[in-house]
Design a binder for this molecule. Structure first.
Ligand code: 13P
Length: 239
């Protein structure tokens, strides 16, 4: 099975460093004949018509569910079309919790980008207080985040990212990931990624978990050499 490696830049990198990053990753993927799927999510200001090979996709971290219109500060599909972007992250915990995106808006975005045939990486994950309540609460919380989402959509990828593990250096244990992914897999046929403090030194044990189809990585992927190392590890596991 192919693995998926996705780098979420969040609010990092400039136009120049993004171009450099994308070109370096593309060159490596081509040279090494990498067969896994690689995604890069730059900031909106660094999107461009990157000439990347077919195993790499460039996606948007966010967009408003419109073609165009009066939504100050937002971008729609007219702006994404300029760069041929057809991949988007929806439901990331930083948008849910820091930017206060409601479930209602998230479902609206999902439906809109689905109807426009976007590849959607849909993120779910429980905050620390819910984790403390135990597995039953975690699953209940995650299932609630899947409500209203068409899980049969063919261009869907789901990412399980426990909120307490994002940017904290705390990673869910292999046992926890295995258990939670196992339960999610009973409901979801789409590929299922893990995200939250994935680094070069723990990616191998995470990718070795059967129910992990790939990783969505933030800080651990922002240096070219680290993301390349992650791509290499994933490729070696495939062979
Ligand atoms: P970190 O890898 O920095 O914990 O971020 C994970 C994440 O939010 C990816 O979308």
């Amino acid at each position: 099975m192919k693995k998926i490696l996705a780098s979420n830049f969040k609010t990092n990198h400039t136009r120049a460093s993004t171009k450099n990053f994308v070109e370096a990753i593309d060159k490596f993927v081509k040279q090494e004949g990498i067969t896994n799927d690689v995604f890069i999510f730059p900031t909106a200001t660094s999107l461009d018509c990157f000439d990347v090979c077919e195993n790499i996709s460039i996606g948007a971290q966010n967009a408003y569910p419109v073609t165009d219109g009066s939504f100050t500060g937002e971008i729609g599909t007219a702006q994404l079309d300029e760069f041929g972007i057809k991949t988007i992250l929806i439901g990331h915990s930083e948008r849910r919790h820091i930017l206060k995106e409601s479930n209602e808006l998230i479902v609206k975005k999902y439906d809109f980008f689905k109807s426009n045939n976007y590849k959607i990486i849909y993120c779910i994950g429980e905050p620390y207080e819910v984790k403390l309540e135990g597995m039953e609460s975690i699953i209940e919380y995650l299932f609630a985040q899947l409500e209203g989402i068409d899980l049969t959509y063919k261009n869907l990828i789901v990412a399980y990212e426990p909120v307490w593990a994002i940017g904290t250096g705390k990673v869910a244990t292999v046992e926890d990931i295995n258990e939670i992914h196992g339960v999610l897999k009973q409901k979801i046929t789409a590929p299922l990624l893990y995200g939250g403090s994935v680094k070069t030194d723990n990616i191998e044990e995470i990718l070795k978990i059967d129910s992990v189809d790939g990783v969505l990585v933030g800080s651990g992927s922002w240096k070219i050499e680290n993301f390349i190392e992650m791509i290499e590890v994933a490729e070696q596991l495939r062979n």
